[in-house]
Design a protein around this ligand. Sequence first.
Ligand code: UDX
Length: 445
Amino acid sequence: MTESQTMGVFGAGWVGLVTGGCFAELGHHVIVRDVVPDRIAALQAGRLPFHEPDLPEVLARNHERIRYTLDAGELVDADALFVCVQTPPTYSGDADLSFVWSALDDLPRGERRQILVMKSTVPVGTGEKVRAALEARGLTNVGYVSNPEFLAEGTAVRDFMNPDRIVIGAADPQDAAFVEALYSGIETPIVQTDVASAEMIKLAANAFLSTRISFINEIANVCELVGADVESVAQGVGLDHRLGPHFFRAGVGWGGSCFGKDVSALKQLAGNSGYHFQLLAAVIEVNELQKRRVIAKLEKHLGKLRGKTIAVLGLAFKPNTDDLRDAPSLVISSRLLAEGAAVRTWDPVADARERLRGATQCDTVLDAVRDADAAVIVTEWDELRGLASEEVRAAMARPLIIDGRNLLDPGAARRAGFAYEGVGRQSSAFETLPETAEPEERVSS
Ligand code: UDX
């Protein structure tokens, strides 16, 4: 049985609300503090500022144990203070810790022992700096623990309640034991270590996941050249128990708020410490080029893209989220617009109208593909599984599908009359396109 504690959470963002909601679910009392009045007002009125499955239910179910406030002073009686603020990249690729330092500035001054728990992803060495800052402020009653999050968007509640591991980095074993006890009720291995190693575990985990994806994307690109199929290759390689099947799907590249930021932060951290992390430089470059390969594939089938209409299907960086941060769709759409194509986008939840001025965001897939010269699957939403239909074929000017996520069965798409090109798979011959005007003629019309 969990001993109920009171915890403060700095930051009512995605990590803060998932952390706060899930700790309330475990029986704790939670006070979530943010500096944005609109956000706190919305949460108090029961509105969530973003889309995350299961989170609205968790927050509603535990509303009696969760309070939202602008006033950091209300956290004075909390036993633990979780820092869940954003750490975006700066221009140099370092992590911007200004929100972390603001949270420290706002720490309530009390007598009782409080444990400051860092959930935000921070460079290795931050813990040392925070401890020094706490001492400089005379906050000797505050202990420090690093407890990184491993939450993926779309499955964050499940990831919190059923984690692969919980990492706790602390200088003081009592502080570590206290944080471990907060998670009682969750069965999982606990990795107890020092603060610097805990910080590194988070960065290394995300860097390795990104590396796996860039690796399989490069294998896919070679498969296209030599006549192999990356889906079979990934399956055959991934069945090796030393390698495993996860994060091995080829596609248009990784995105999201964490991978790009954390890979850059680790590369920069190494550089700042005098080490050139060559592998990560390549991982990042491979990912940038991967997004752009879609343009070359379209040109291969359509010639110059000026004047062509391209449907970009899926905008969120992955399904089950409305998050557009670092989304490959933004790079692909922007490149298409720069080539002079008309871009029609669709996504069931993400709204890119602000970021993709010049593109037309459509409400339905059918609307997006109408009169299009090609449809590009960028996000593997379930709604797109039936894309190779007669209805879609009839609506398009040219039945060409560029499947950036290998979502469709290539054979079925071809039998349905589409020219099809996936990632790391053999493309259908250009001749399978029905007779239409030559690309260049259409341009001039
Ligand atoms: C990630 C980590 O998974 C999580 O542990 C960490 O704490 C935050 O960053 P998230 O950014 O939500 O989570 O997304 P994730 O599911 O990891 O996917 C990241 C990107 O990789 C997506 O763009 C996804 O489409 C892409 N991806 C993932 C692939 O291209 N291939 C794969 O096999 C897996």
